[in-house]
Structure formats: structure tokens, C-alpha cells
Design a protein around this ligand. Structure first.
Ligand SMILES: C[S@@+](CC[C@H](N)C(=O)[O-])C[C@H]1O[C@@H](n2cnc3c(N)ncnc32)[C@H](O)[C@@H]1O
Length: 511
């Protein structure tokens, strides 16, 4: 690391969304000041993705590096062969991700000793800890699931206390700044009947109180609301910590709590994020990706059968929609011919992508479209997909609720009309930003139906990655289900880059 480099310690790193954004921040001299020293992740496929990306960052400034990485993306050689070509860089990349998946809490000896070593080598230059402890136990979805478990006691759920692992690392690293991301549910989660959030803030302000290590104190800032008294930032409303990604150039309504901890001796005050003038839409960021067809699950898949079924569905959907929308008579939703289930060549497209995202997705263009392959759906669901997508188009961007589905299309599910399934088949409207991309997208895709009824399918991993603002050459390793989970878990890298700029400004580098 050079003299003004900032050490980044990335915890619960997932596929590396936060790390990607922060490490892409460029200063006025054209250098990238943030350098990831270690990324800790326990899930093997996410760990593999992280390592591949760490490797990419180490070779991307050489022509041979990019050429070789692209060859790997094209399948011209294996990952092992790629790594063998660049022994030094691959060694460094693997060291960055601790060689193997590691779990905070279980593998603390390794993790802590590596962090201590990095901190010692880094001396008194700036350090940043990023990442958020996982949140299932206090996420809203997790809580409704847990409510169904008779013996469930939030105070016994160790996931509630993984943030204490985070406090331990803060105590060891004593960074200048930390960025902690979490789900909105953290604001209202209760343990033993008590709201946890004020306690979490208290712990984060003084990590040493919990870990019994002498540590500096921290001020906790919001990234979107100015503190009334920056010397003692206290906010009246916990929602002040909530960031609505769609206001910051992300084509997705993703609302997350992000806390910025600043070591108490740092007197400078962080700026807040600057909202964008307009929101980006789903169609703007997906329209140039190759059109695809879905497949059949639970029966043999072939293109001709698919075309026949979807064509027949289109006629039925049009007939049903004519009863609800006058304009349905002009609807043309016959499936495209000759579509395949995966494609790797981008297409010409008249829809203009917002300038900031063109640059961001394609900083270095990949030689092919990555992770763009559809999954199979139940034949009966294909009709519902076509209906949902066509309805959304005709209604001007509102996806149908369960009550809007004609009785013929209602699934044989006893809760269908209960309200709990109101959004069971949700189309991501072309003209709006998407709803939150969650790891649930790995399950069946019903909440993430493509807006084009002629393709009749859920989103691919690449499309979800676009909504999450991963650059186009970001490769997700692992099987398709694992890739979806990784994408759904991440912090949008483009948002992370904006946060990185604020942190850099605070650390008084030349921005
Ligand atoms: C919400 S994701 C993090 C996303 C990441 N910050 C990003 O921007 O891409 C949380 C991650 O923590 C990982 N994880 C859960 N428990 C862990 C533990 N004890 N140690 C390390 N990683 C853990 C999960 O596998 C998951 O990938």
C-alpha cells in the first residue's frame, strides 16, 4: 500500500457489493485510495465470487490481465489456469479473502490475527471497516417467519448477536470510520420486548464497553440527514438512518439502514449523499440485454413446445384482459420466435440508459453477457406470468394483486385470497424502478417477473445484478441459485461508491 492508501476491512462481505463500490472511488490524482486488505465471508460460492473479483482488481490495469480475465469469462480456460498465469496476483487475491471461507464467531483466531497484522503493517494511516452483520433474526421477513415458531426466543438467536462480532473487530482495528449496513427491520426489532436499535447505537458508540478492550468512541452519523449538532450527532427519528437507494441513481427501491461511525477524535463532519434529480427505471437498465425465453420445470423443455404453450396463453390472456382494459384489444403479446434460454451477445436497443449508469456498468466491457440464463417455470405459472406482465403494461405500471387475477388463473392455494398472497406474482414494471431485489429471488422468481410478456419469465441473475448496479463484467460464481442469493444480499455497488466518496471527503484526501 502506498502512503495515502486507506485500508478497508470488509466483514460479512457477501459477493462484495460494498467493497466493489468503495474500491472504485477515484481521487483527484486518478488513484484509487481504498484498498481492501481482507474480506471475510463464510458462504463458499460468495467467497469464490469475492476472490475472483479481488483477482480481477489486481490484474485489471494491464492489457494482458484484462485479456486473460476475458478469456476466462469466455470459457477459454479454467479459473485455475487463469490463476496460474498470474501467480503473484492470485496469491494476493486469495490472501485477501483468507484463502477459504471464514465465519466470524467460529474462526475468530484466523480472522482477528490477520486483521491485527494488517493494522500493524498499515501504521497510522486511515482504516475503514465496512459490512453489516446478517440480519435474518431482526429482518421483517425473518420476524414473521420466527413468529410462527412456537419456541422462538429472539434473545437466544445467535444471529441477533453477530453484531457483537462486528464490535470485536471494531475494537481490534479501531478504524477511523466504519460503514454498517442493515435491513430496515433493525430499527424496530425487539428482544425481550425491548427495541434493540438504541442499544445497538449505544454499543457502536463505545464498542469497548461490550468487548472489554480499550477502544476509542465513535459518533454515529446518518448519510442522508444532517445532524443538528455534529459534535454530538443524535437524531430524533431512527428513520433518519434509512437510505432509499432509488433516490441515489439506483434503479431499485431498496431501503436499508446505513450507519456511518466516525472516531470521536476526528473533528470533520461528513457530508450527506446528494439525491439525484430523477429515478432510473427497469426498462432503461434491462432493455439492451438479450431477449430470452423461460423454460419448463417438471417437464421436458423444448423451444417448440414452449412457443406453442406461450402462444396459446397469449390468446387467453388477451381475452381475459379485454374485460378489464379497453386498450387490451391492441395488445400484441405473442411470444418472440427463436428465443433461447441463455445468450451472451448484447443487442442494439433504442432505450436510453441514464448516463451515470452507462459509464458505471461498462467501465470495462465484458466480452459477453454474463450470468444471463433463464430458469424453468411450471407450465401453469407461465400463464400467470403472461397475465401479470401484460396487465402491468396496460395499467401503466401497476402489477396485479391476487384480487385482480381472474378466477381461471388463481392457483389452487387455499391462502390465495387471504391477502398474504396479494403480491404473489409481481411484475417489475418497465417504467418504474424495481422493488427490492432480495435473496428470495433465488426461490421461484414469482416476485421478479420480466416486464415483457413476450418473454414470459422471471429475471436472470444478470438482470438482477443490473438492478443492483453490479458492473457488467462482475462474475457471480457458484450455481444459479447461489448467484441469485449473492446478488440479492448485496449493497448496490454504485451506492457504495457514493458512500465511499463521502468517507474519502471526511478523511480529507483530495477528492
Ligand atoms: C447481507 S450479506 C452482505 C452483503 C455485502 N455487504 C455486499 O455488499 O455484497 C451478509 C453476508 O454475511 C455472510 N455471513 C453470515 N454469517 C457470517 C459469519 N458468521 N461470518 C462471515 N460471514 C457471514 C452471509 O453468507 C452473507 O453473504
Amino acid at each position: 500500500m502506498s502512503s495515502d492508501e486507506i485500508l478497508v476491512i470488509d466483514l460479512f462481505a457477501g459477493p462484495g457489493g460494498l467493497g466493489e463500490g468503495i474500491s472504485s472511488v477515484m481521487d483527484k490524482n486518478g488513484s484509487y485510495p481504498f484498498k481492501i486488505g481482507v474480506s471475510v465471508e463464510k458462504e463458499p460460492s460468495a467467497h469464490k465470487t469475492l476472490t475472483t473479483r479481488a483477482f480481477y482488481r489486481k490484474v485489471k490495469d494491464s492489457e494482458l490481465g484484462i485479456e486473460s480475465y476475458n478469456d476466462y469469462l469466455l470459457g477459454n480456460f479454467t479459473r485455475e489456469e487463469l490463476f496460474e498465469r498470474f501467480p503473484e496476483e492470485s496469491e494476493e487475491a486469495q490472501q485477501e479473502t483468507l484463502n477459504t471461507p471464514h465465519a466470524l464467531g467460529d474462526d475468530n483466531e484466523d480472522i482477528h490475527s490477520r486483521i491485527r497484522q494488517l493494522v500493524a503493517q498499515h501504521g497510522d494511516r486511515a482504516k475503514v471497516v465496512i459490512g453489516g452483520p446478517p440480519c435474518q433474526a431482526y429482518s421483517l421477513a425473518g420476524r414473521s417467519r420466527n413468529a410462527g415458531i412456537k419456541e422462538y426466543k429472539a434473545e437466544k438467536d445467535h444471529r441477533n448477536f453477530l453484531y457483537k462480532e462486528y464490535l470485536k473487530v471494531l475494537s481490534i482495528a479501531q478504524p477511523d470510520v466504519f460503514v454498517m449496513e442493515n435491513v430496515r427491520g433493525i430499527l424496530s426489532a425487539k428482544v425481550d420486548g425491548e427495541i434493540m436499535f438504541p442499544q445497538i447505537l449505544k454499543d457502536l458508540r463505545a464498542p469497548g464497553r461490550i468487548t472489554k478492550i480499550t477502544t476509542p468512541r465513535y459518533k454515529i452519523f446518518s448519510l442522508v440527514v444532517d445532524a443538528k449538532d455534529p459534535t454530538n450527532p443524535i437524531y430524533d427519528d431512527p428513520n433518519d438512518f434509512l437510505i432509499k437507494s432509488e433516490n441515489y441513481g439506483i434503479p431499485q427501491a431498496r431501503h436499508r439502514v446505513i450507519l456511518l461511525g466516525v472516531r470521536e477524535d476526528i473533528k470533520r463532519v461528513p457530508e450527506t449523499l446528494t439525491p439525484f434529480e430523477s429515478q432510473s427505471t427497469v426498462e432503461q437498465v434491462l432493455a439492451d440485454l438479450p431477449k430470452l425465453r423461460s423454460g419448463f420445470s417438471k417437464r421436458k423443455d423444448n423451444a417448440t413446445d414452449w412457443g406453442r404453450v406461450v402462444s396459446k396463453n397469449a390468446t387467453q390472456v388477451k381475452r381475459l384482459l379485454k374485460k378489464q382494459f379497453e386498450q387490451a384489444k391492441d395488445l400484441y403479446i405473442k411470444p418472440f420466435k427463436n428465443l433461447s434460454r441463455s445468450a451472451s451477445q448484447p443487442v442494439e436497443c433504442p432505450i436510453q440508459m441514464p448516463e451515470h449508469l452507462i459509464e458505471w456498468y461498462r467501465t470495462v466491457e465484458p466480452p459477453c453477457v454474463l450470468n444471463h440464463e433463464t430458469r424453468g417455470h411450471m407450465e401453469s405459472d407461465l400463464l400467470r406470468y403472461a397475465y401479470s406482465a401484460a396487465y402491468t403494461q396496460l395499467s401503466g405500471g401497476t402489477s396485479p394483486k391476487a384480487r385482480d387475477f381472474p378466477a381461471d388463473l388463481a392457483p389452487a392455494h387455499e391462502n390465495w385470497n387471504s391477502g398474504s398472497h396479494a403480491d404473489r406474482f409481481r411484475t417489475q414494471a418497465a417504467t418504474k424502478c424495481s422493488t427490492t431485489v432480495t435473496s428470495h429471488i433465488s426461490k421461484d422468481g414469482h416476485y421478479f417477473i420480466h416486464y415483457d410478456p413476450k418473454q414470459c419469465r422471471s429475471l436472470t441473475v444478470r438482470e438482477a445484478a443490473r438492478l443492483q448496479t453490479f458492473p457488467d463484467n462482475y462474475l457471480f460464481e457458484g450455481n444459479r441459485t447461489q448467484q441469485y442469493v449473492q446478488v440479492g444480499n448485496a449493497v448496490p455497488p454504485y451506492l457504495a461508491q457514493q458512500i465511499g466518496h463521502l468517507v474519502l471527503g471526511l478523511l480529507n484526501q483530495s477528492v
